[in-house]
Design a protein around this ligand. Sequence first.
Ligand SMILES: C[S@@+](CC[C@H](N)C(=O)[O-])C[C@H]1O[C@@H](n2cnc3c(N)ncnc32)[C@H](O)[C@@H]1O
Length: 281
Amino acid sequence: MNFQEILSKASSRLKLKNIKSYKLDSELLLAKTLNISREEVLLNLNKTIDQSDIKKYNYFLKLRNQYKPIAHIINYKFFWKYKFFVNKDVLIPRPDTELIIEKILGILPLSSNKNILDIGTGSGCIAISLKKERPNCRITAIDKSKKAIKVAKKNAEMHQVGKKVNFFNIDVDKYLSSKYDLIVSNPPYIKHSELLSLGKDIKLNEPRLALSGGSSGLEIYFKIINKCRILLKINGMLFLEIGHKQGKELKKYLNLNGFNQTRIYKDLSGRDRCIVSTKNK
Ligand SMILES: C[S@@+](CC[C@H](N)C(=O)[O-])C[C@H]1O[C@@H](n2cnc3c(N)ncnc32)[C@H](O)[C@@H]1O
């Protein structure tokens, strides 16, 4: 069997399971099997695959058919311009979260040396991307999950910023430090009642601590906003990723709790995705 034939069989199997990215996933899994890039797979479609690799490929396909996320099988996900190691201990970075990076970079010149905090860093994708793009900024990242901090540190090492980003395993409630110019967070924001209706690959594989925002979905936001009143300098800015129905309520809460100039930004599909606000007192 050649690459073309095995890919065609595999993508049909994934399609039958309603996996939307069936073509891409079958290619990524073949690349993982053969330890080559996806581009190399596509450039060698007539090449023959040997029996032991077919066995290995079928094993990966079986995992994907059981709704294990592709990022967990291949152990990486691209975010912004960088490749991040991921496993079951962290949220898989989402393309939607790149909006927050875009907005932050938009207000920070290349030479900026601001003091920045990332709350709930997970894989470290936000903190590390910011450090790579604005190397003079001082960046600290915290997470309540010890296992997530381990993954974030591994990613920082991979991107040669291991000693340049400070990571702490701590609950935002307990975190105290000197003041920041800018705080960013993509906190867990899914309502308890909505957790069950998430796709199987998400609810069976991604950490609950990274998903659940309590009964209203807003609990961690309120905690973060209250804490940021202490952690931010006057005129310091807060950037939060939000669920598409949460903007109105969060804007109200921010404006009642010491923040102003609050703006909401939409993602590429036209849904509210990010809220930015300035601490005024
Ligand atoms: C939605 S994930 C975001 C991960 C990463 N920043 C990203 O954008 O892909 C939220 C993260 O917040 C962390 N977290 C949840 N509650 C927290 C708390 N009270 N204090 C600190 N981190 C918390 C979780 O462990 C998880 O890693």
